[in-house]
Design a protein around this ligand. Structure first.
Ligand code: SF4
Length: 411
């Protein structure tokens, strides 16, 4: 064999070896991918199984929940989900019970007046929810014969129902395979998968991961189990990993600092708005109030007359907006209240005027015994409390604001 033939033979053998090694590596890659996919599915199934087992033993007993094995009432599920938006379970419970006893079905709610619904909602905050709730009840009563639609797509068309609420109702009340992701569930999912992308950018990947976790049987129980785990065990600051049924699956726990998840993009500071409120009472005890415009912030709620709430506020100009001429006394305390997009600081001016004086345009006098029936938002209840605490008022047992209990004023 000549030297040229030897070179060709070596080259050919090298090429064969290269092809064989490449094939072997490709084959290994396929095998690894397949194994990863299989183990991923097993992981999701394992999480669902462990969580449902824990839920069966430790589920919270909540007034809107059906007993184990029973079908949930869509009206209760819907009502509770709307009330629980931005609001804690402890706060919602008494409101839910009172609402249900006054409006036992969606038909009863649809037939109530807007004022009565707002009155029952007063103190729960985020009052646009009450208006949407009422509008939604009317549509369900009139267009769906009092039966809630089952699918997310149809539910999403109803007032006040967003993607989370639609998925929660569809899963919990009707057993559909829907993925509900609220703040609690997002936190648990981000920790389970050690998702490091900060919120809100991580929302899409959290939803995708959450939808893989939802089992096809018992999706409603799984959703409620995630809510319970987030509320009881996987709490925002100090997750109780030692007693968590998902500890063995949790990459966040394995990372050593699950409390740091989910990460959040830095929040912008809330702007501050300022205004003045005029609490005017007649000598016969009636108090001057007005109703806010039906749409917008605190739409349709009752308030004391006052200035607009603005970032630029000249306290010296406030008296130009007083609803009646009177000798006003300014309270030392300034009320502070946080809305979603701004913080409000209110100065309070109090005055007493003669009995029988008529109310100015767009205002009305409410007898003190009827104040408790008015749909006052929380910020106005804070005004009550500030006035109640003023020394001069505390001396006066006949003060009209005593018509409201201290408990009501704290809400
Ligand atoms: S192990 Fe810890 S971080 Fe992970 S889900 Fe459970 S409580 Fe949350």
């Amino acid at each position: 064999m000549g030297s040229c033939s030897i070179v060709i033979l070596v080259y050919w053998l090298s090429a064969q070896l290269f092809v064989w090694l490449g094939f072997a590596r490709t084959s290994d890659n396929h095998k690894n991918a397949s194994m990863a996919s299989k183990s991923r599915c097993a992981r999701h199934a394992g999480i669902a199984e462990a969580l449902l087992g824990w839920y069966d033993r430790h589920r919270r007993d909540l007034p809107w929940r059906a007993p184990p094995g029973a079908r949930a009432d869509p009206y209760r599920v819907w009502l509770s989900e709307i009330m629980l938006q931005q609001t804690t379970v402890a706060t919602v419970k008494p409101y839910f019970e009172a609402f249900l006893s006054r409006f036992p079905s969606v038909i009863h709610l649809s037939q109530a007046s807007g004022d009565e619904v707002l009155g029952k909602w007063a103190g729960l905050g985020y009052y646009s929810r009450a208006r949407h709730l009422h509008a939604c009840a009317k549509i369900v009563a009139e267009q769906f014969a009092g039966k809630f639609p089952e699918t997310e797509a149809v539910l999403l068309n109803l007032p006040g129902i967003g993607p989370y609420t639609a998925a929660a109702i569809s899963a919990i009340a009707f057993g559909h395979h829907a993925t509900a992701v609220d703040g609690n569930i997002a936190r648990v999912v981000a920790r389970l998968g050690a998702i490091k992308t900060p919120l809100p950018a991580a929302k899409t990947s959290i939803k995708a991961e959450a939808s893989q976790l939802v089992p096809h049987d018992r999706p409603g129980d799984f959703t409620q189990a995630m809510m319970d785990l987030g509320a009881i065990i996987c709490s925002p600051k100090n997750p109780s990993c030692a007693i968590c049924p998902l500890q063995n699956f949790c990459l966040g726990h394995a990372s050593g600092d699950p409390g740091a998840l989910p990460r959040r993009a830095p929040r912008q500071e809330r702007p501050v708005r300022y205004g003045a409120i005029f609490l005017v009472q007649r000598k016969d005890g009636a108090v001057l109030v007005r109703t806010r415009p039906p749409k917008g912030l605190l739409g349709g709620m009752t308030e004391f007359p006052g200035t607009a709430w603005e970032t630029q506020f000249d306290a010296g100009e406030a008296m130009k907006h007083a609803p009646v001429e009177a000798n006003y006394r300014k309270l030392d305390k300034v009320i502070s209240h946080s809305f979603t997009h701004f913080t409000l600081r209110l100065e309070i001016f109090v005055a007493e005027i003669p009995a029988g004086q008529c109310a100015p345009e767009n205002c009305r006098f409410v007898p003190r015994r009827s104040l408790g029936k008015e749909a006052f938002p929380t910020v106005m209840r804070k005004v009550f409390e500030a006035v109640r605490q003023s020394d001069a008022r505390e001396q006066d047992s006949a003060h009209p604001l005593n018509a409201l209990s201290a408990k009501q004023a704290r809400k």
